[in-house]
Design a protein around this ligand. Structure first.
Ligand SMILES: CSC[C@H]1O[C@H](OP(=O)(O)O)[C@H](O)[C@@H]1O
Ligand SMILES: Nc1ncnc2[nH]cnc12
Length: 290
């Protein structure tokens, strides 16, 4: 049964959504373990949504420890077709200022040893990932930001998100290397979510909230958690307004997404040769195909 078509993953500073009504907490177990926290089902202006605090509501999970597969699987199980991620990021460009919002369209993966696929154990699939963010969902998010005319917040449409392992922030040499690659922002969480969402045929887009200039900027202090948190507090209210507006748009005009058929040509294994136990494990993801 579909509980919610829209999922929201809240990152650092966004552990709950104040505007959510008719709240129900659901503890979902998955074949990939427990999600970061209970998922919160509720309504935003009468539209059903599922909210998840990425690091847990008390921020107890490191980026490396995040149960990415369980989080996306749980969303899929609830019937989610669109995920909006809200994430804190550092800026790698002068013109992308703290408190600005970025809707990235590309990633560079600098993580290590994170499992980023549901496949294996007798089933092989290779999704297309050249455009890792759903363009149409990204446009809804960016248009929602633009429509709110938030004071002191500039919107940047598109950009490269470097996903690093953490938890320590980057060295200056690394930060300058990413700048030389023309990357726009840096964070520690979104790449795995985007990949797994694509495998689960869920459209995914990010609203990145800029909190700092990382450590490359000669006129700004190196990033600290204190700096991130201070800027997040001023941005968390704006983030919720953006989500509310985007959800309104999505409910009245749900966009098409290539993500929704991502597995159509991705699975190489003949389905009748996939072990029953694997089929069962992935049933929620493979339901259209088995
Ligand atoms: C608190 S600064 C580092 C932390 O913030 C970002 O988290 P999220 O993407 O969940 O908002 C960044 O990726 C790090 O995990
Ligand atoms: N500078 C930074 N590097 C990585 N993740 C971040 N999240 C917020 N600021 C960050």
């Amino acid at each position: 049964m579909t509980e919610a078509k829209i999922g929201i993953i809240g990152g650092s500073g966004l552990y709950k959504m104040d505007a959510l009504k008719d709240i129900k907490e659901v503890h979902i177990e998955t074949p990939f373990g427990s999600p970061s926290d209970a998922l919160i089902l509720g309504t935003l202006d009468e539209v059903k949504v599922a909210f998840l605090a990425r690091h847990g509501r008390n921020h107890t999970l490191l980026p490396t420890e995040l149960p990415f597969r369980a989080n996306i699987y749980a969303m899929k199980k609830l019937g989610v077709e669109y995920i909006i991620s809200a994430s804190a990021v550092g800026s790698l460009k002068e013109e992308v200022k703290p408190l600005d919002m970025v809707v990235p369209d590309q990633f560079i993966d600098r993580t290590r040893n994170r499992i980023s696929t549901f496949f294996g154990e007798g089933i092989v699939a290779h999704i297309t990932f050249g455009e890792p963010i759903c363009k149409n969902l990204a446009q809804v998010v960016a248009d929602a930001i633009a429509s709110l005319n938030l004071p002191d917040v500039n919107l940047h449409r598109g950009g490269i998100y470097v996903c690093m392992e953490g938890p320590a922030f980057s060295t200056k040499a690394e930060s300058n290397l990413y700048r030389s690659w023309d990357a726009t922002i840096i964070g520690m969480t979104n790449l795995q979510e985007a990949k797994l969402a694509r495998e689960a045929e869920i459209a995914y887009a990010t609203m990145a909230l800029v909190t700092d200039y990382d450590c490359w900027h000669p006129d700004h202090d190196n990033v600290t958690v204190e700096m991130v948190v201070a800027n997040l507090h001023s941005n968390a209210v704006n983030a919720q307004k953006v989500i509310q507006e985007a959800v309104r748009q999505l409910s009245t005009n749900p966009p098409k997404s290539e993500a929704h058929s991502a597995l159509k040509y991705a699975i190489l294994t003949r389905l009748d040769s996939v072990p029953a136990i694997t089929k069962q494990k992935l049933a929620v993801i493979l339901q259209k195909y088995i």
